[in-house]
Design a protein around this ligand. Structure first.
Ligand code: NAD
Ligand code: FES
Length: 279
């Protein structure tokens, strides 16, 4: 069992849980994730390891409560526990050895960018982070990223920082030159828009993909994505890939496949018909 040590609301539907997982906290690397299994009968949820404290033996999980399973997870309070956490899974981020990096985080994807920026900073790579949210209350991980380098904050409505999408700020920074690598994580349309900016400039760009995952071991095929015409599995070949070669249309299609099922599960739960032994 993995005890919840701390809980913090980061935005209206995003929660940070610091959870006991000493072995994972010791060995995790930027870009890696875990699969969380809350309890018997519950869905398995892939979550990036947003931060880790090896001394305390904790990892930070950042959860956007969008469906039944994620709502169950964020309902946990300190002192309660998660039954199973498998990981660290996935390939670590390919961190550059020299040059200057731009990290672009859209909404909850900013939590995924954080460990990448940490890894770059540890290598002495200057990092500029551009992070964004719908409005001020949706901006997350700003203080943490400010400790790692320069930060530009954008909000869609202009309530904080620059008004506009993260891609507006990224376009200007990239045009000024001097960026050797871009790491972009957020909604699929955002990552595609970043890639459309960097491709003509020839700036390599890594994106983190979030297809539906089941086993996280390359066995079920649930997380397959097409990159450079090849079928790959996000759980073992990723979750980070060369953004210039990702088939974003295929990814959007696959993400949409399960939307109706998720809505039905959520509605059934609200009607008191949950099948998981938590309620
Ligand atoms: P959101 O829709 O609030 O967008 C966050 C920010 O992304 C916006 O403020 C804007 O700056 C930028 N953005 C959004 N759409 C854009 C577009 N078309 N062009 C340019 N920039 C754009 O994001 P959210 O609600 O926090 O995130 C939800 C989505 O992110 C979900 O679909 C979720 O699956 C995905 N997500 C992806 C990952 C990943 O690893 N790739 C991780 C977590 C969440
Ligand atoms: Fe099953 Fe990746 S989650 S193959």
């Amino acid at each position: 069992m993995h005890e919840i040590i701390a809980k913090q609301g980061l935005s209206p539907n995003v929660t940070r849980l610091d959870v006991k997982a000493p072995r994972i906290a010791q060995i995790r690397q930027p870009g890696q994730f875990v699969i969380v299994h809350l309890a018997e009968g519950a869905e398995r949820i892939p979550l990036t390891i947003a931060d880790a404290d090896p001394e305390r033996g904790t990892i930070a999980l950042v959860i956007q409560a969008v469906g039944k399973s994620t709502r169950d997870l964020v309902a946990l309070e300190p002192g309660q526990a998660i039954a199973g956490i498998a990981g660290p899974l996935g390939k670590p981020t390919e961190l550059i050895e020299k040059g200057r990096a731009l990290c672009v985080g859209g909404g909850v994807g900013t939590a995924v960018v954080h460990p990448i920026a940490q890894g770059l900073k540890r290598r002495g790579i200057p990092v500029h982070s551009i992070i964004g949210g719908r409005s001020r209350e949706w901006v997350i991980f700003e203080p943490e990223l400010r400790q790692l380098g320069e930060v530009t904050v954008c909000t869609d409505d202009g309530s904080y920082g620059r008004k506009g999408f993260v891609t507006d700020a990224a376009r200007e920074l990239l045009a000024a030159g001097g960026i050797d690598m871009v790491y972009a994580v957020g909604p699929v349309p955002m990552m595609r828009a970043v890639v459309n900016l960097t491709r003509p400039l020839g700036v390599p760009t890594i994106v983190s993909l979030n297809p539906v995952m089941v086993d996280g071991t390359g066995m079920c095929g649930g997380c397959r994505v097409t990159v450079g015409g090849q079928t790959l599995f996000a759980c073992v070949d990723g979750p980070e890939f060369d953004g210039h070669h990702v088939d974003f249309d295929g990814l959007m299609d696959r993400l949409g496949t399960y939307r109706e099922f998720e809505q039905r599960a959520s509605q059934a739960c609200e009607a008191g018909q949950c099948r998981v032994g938590l309620h």
